[in-house]
Design a protein around this ligand. Structure first.
Ligand code: ZN
Length: 548
């Protein structure tokens, strides 16, 4: 009788949990000490800020590979643990470049770093381009959103002038995405160059002086098999931006003034229509090229299920940071090492701890898992983009990605944010996986930032893979902690080990991510885009869908 009752009870328990995400078997443990050890190594001054292509980054890459090795994972690179990414580093030449505007009021020449910022070409060492100008509104074309800024405009062999950003009131993530496609759209219409001018709203958030801070950083692009720098719009020969006083001269003698156009753009849904300008432009500049190689570090844990193991869940985090350089407005002797303890030492520590736990688990994950430590995230999500274009397993077999970038671990978080959670059902995996830890999934607290398009996972999204970027949330003091971090420590030499870390929160975040990635690896169906979702429709039109 007794035995029978126990059997029924067991049965009920099993039936109960079958509806939920399968709980990982007891086994893997997560300790604050282990988490701290990873961050302390990566954020040491001797690693010199882990800049792409630097010795410090190479040492960090060896550390990650050596950890992967010690966990018993398989190398997942192109030769061992590494996928070497070839980059072209483009540095501004002695002639920093200029934009000359000629119109009814004569000619005006604007120098780079003054009233103009000029992009250095990665495809021509010396650029000298003269062309008529056409204003093309925001320079956006998107059928799904019903926007066609080029309608009725002939911009062939012209330089187009476009407003930065996207019309007020557009969904922010879609807006951020289409903003990043302006070059491609201009190229499609036959333009030779793009000049970007700021809206009133953008100027408030990002004043011109702030833009100038980055004006002399070199550019990085990954290199295609044909030896050329990868570009989304290779036929565009020149580009740049002008500040407001200089932008005004572009509109001299035109049917509407710059002020008029900007006032319209400042209204809700305001989207000024384009028109030909009465001015012409000459854009000049020169640059020098150099080859740099820097690795992505990749490990694979083969799945245990014969069928599901053909599918891969990718957990990614960037290993690079900003290196050693002068801080704007610094004094001699000030700290110049950007240690990047939080950006992204804590993300890599989480990735390593999840990799270790998954490898140690007595019940192995059903799907295969890829652990990807990317390079050149700070240069524009380049290591991840290279991987997504040159995956070491077929991209169609990668069914989901969770990216970790800068989890803030200075407080005991009680919720997490999954940027991108309204696009695919990964959010459901996250929500259910962290519930037993008394951790909640909170909605995007900063939708205006368009974070979904701003870290490595977005490169997987662009290849059609459902992805989220996972971060610690605003509860239990999180909002205040985030405010302080953003204001004082983000992208500063102060992001080092002297911050007030809560290493228990590190262990907890590692466990949360272990549960999340396990849920994705063990579920019967893989993560799916929601039906009707913009990003799913754009990048994975053929893929199966989930209902909301
Ligand atoms: Zn960063």
């Amino acid at each position: 009788m007794r035995t029978f009752t126990v059997a029924i009870l067991l049965c009920l328990v099993a039936a109960c949990s079958a509806d939920k995400v399968p709980a990982p078997s007891p086994g893997p443990t997560f300790t604050p000490e282990r988490f701290r050890a990873h961050v302390a190594f990566l954020a040491d001054d001797l690693l010199e800020g882990r800049d792409t292509g630097s010795r410090g980054h190479e040492i960090a890459a060896r550390y990650v590979a050596s950890q992967f090795d010690s966990y018993g994972l398989q190398p997942g690179g192109t030769g061992g643990w590494f996928q070497q990414v070839p980059f072209q580093k483009t540095t501004r030449g002695a002639d920093k470049g200029s934009i000359t505007v000629t119109g009814p009021n004569g000619a005006k020449r604007y120098q780079h770093g003054d009233n103009a910022l000029i992009g250095i070409s990665a495809r021509e060492t010396k650029v000298d381009l003269a062309a008529p100008l056409v204003f093309a509104g925001y320079g956006i074309e998107d059928e799904r959103l019903g926007i066609d800024d080029y309608q009725g405009l002939d911009v062939k062999d012209c330089v187009v002038v476009v407003l930065r950003g996207y019309p007020k009131g557009l969904p922010t993530e879609e807006g951020a995405h289409i903003s990043a496609t302006k070059g491609k759209v201009a190229q499609k219409h036959g333009a030779l160059g793009v000049i970007v001018i700021a809206t009133l709203q953008f100027e408030k958030v990002f004043p011109w002086e702030k833009m100038l801070e980055y004006s002399n950083d070199p550019d990085f692009d990954w290199v295609e098999a044909d030896g050329k720098a990868h570009s989304e719009a290779p036929l565009l020969r020149a580009g740049g931006s002008l500040n407001a006083p200089a932008a005004e001269t572009l509109f001299a003698g035109a049917e509407r003034s710059f002020a008029d156009v900007r006032a319209e753009a400042d209204k809700d849904k305001g989207a000024p229509r384009g028109f030909p300008l009465k001015t012409t432009v000459r854009i000049q500049g020169e640059g020098a090229w150099e080859r740099v190689t820097s690795p992505n570090v990749i490990a694979i844990l083969p799945g245990s299920d014969p069928a599901l193991s053909k599918e891969y869940i990718v957990l990614s985090a960037h290993l690079d940071h900003l290196g050693i350089k002068d801080v704007p407005n610094s004094k001699p002797g000030d700290d110049r090492i950007y240690n990047g303890a939080m950006d992204n030492g804590t993300g890599i520590a989480t990735l390593l701890e999840v990799a270790r736990a998954a490898a140690e688990a007595t019940d192995k994950p059903k799907r295969s898992m890829i652990f990807l430590a990317t390079t050149a995230e700070e240069k524009g999500l380049l290591g991840a983009d290279y991987y997504a274009h040159n995956p070491t397993v077929p991209i169609a077999q990668i069914v989901g990605n969770v990216d970790l970038d800068m989890p803030l671990l200075t407080y005991e978080f009680t919720d997490v944010v999954a940027f991108g959670s309204n696009h695919s059902n990964i959010a459901k995996f996250v929500e259910q996986a962290v519930a037993p830890m008394d951790v909640k999934l909170m909605a995007d607290p900063m939708p205006e930032q368009g974070i979904f398009t701003r870290s490595d996972h977005y490169q997987f999204v662009r290849q059609g893979v459902p992805a989220v970027f996972l971060m610690t949330g605003y509860g239990n003091g999180g909002e205040k902690a985030w405010g302080e971090f953003q204001g004082e420590y983000y992208h500063s030499p102060k992001d080092d080990m002297s911050q007030k870390f809560d290493w228990r929160a590190g262990a907890k975040f590692a466990e949360a991510n272990y549960r999340i990635t396990r849920a994705m690896a063990d579920s019967k169906t893989p993560p799916l885009w929601y039906s009707g979702d913009y990003f799913g429709d754009v990048f994975a039109p053929e893929a199966a869908r989930a209902e909301r």
